[in-house]
Design a protein around this ligand. Structure first.
Ligand SMILES: [Zn+2]
Length: 99
């Protein structure tokens, strides 16, 4: 079944190509990424950025602010990985030394 032309046009307008503005205070760049607030808020705050108040659970970041937040996210992940690795190796070494 084909949709009437009217409906199809409406769909195109309300689609995913809507332009969003970056959610960082004082920034009015177009966003390149839509992110979940739960996952990204902590990284954005660590990057020293402040979010505009928003009613949605989504964050929109421009290229610059996405890069800044992503840098923090990557460095945090590295710390966690290193820590886990060191904890494992040091505890197994300890065991050997004690014998
Ligand atoms: Zn921005």
């Amino acid at each position: 079944m084909k949709l009437p032309k009217e409906l199809r046009d409406k769909r195109d307008i309300g689609g995913t190509v809507k332009t969003r503005i970056c959610s960082i205070i004082d920034c009015s760049e177009n966003a390149i990424r839509s992110l979940s607030e739960n996952a990204w808020k902590k990284y954005i705050e660590k990057a020293g950025l402040k979010l505009k108040d928003s009613a949605t659970r989504r964050l929109y970041l421009c290229k610059l602010h996405y890069n800044q937040s992503n840098k923090v996210r990557k460095s945090q992940e590295k710390i966690f990985q290193k820590k886990g690795f060191l904890d494992n190796s040091s505890s197994s070494k300890k065991g050997k030394w004690e014998i």
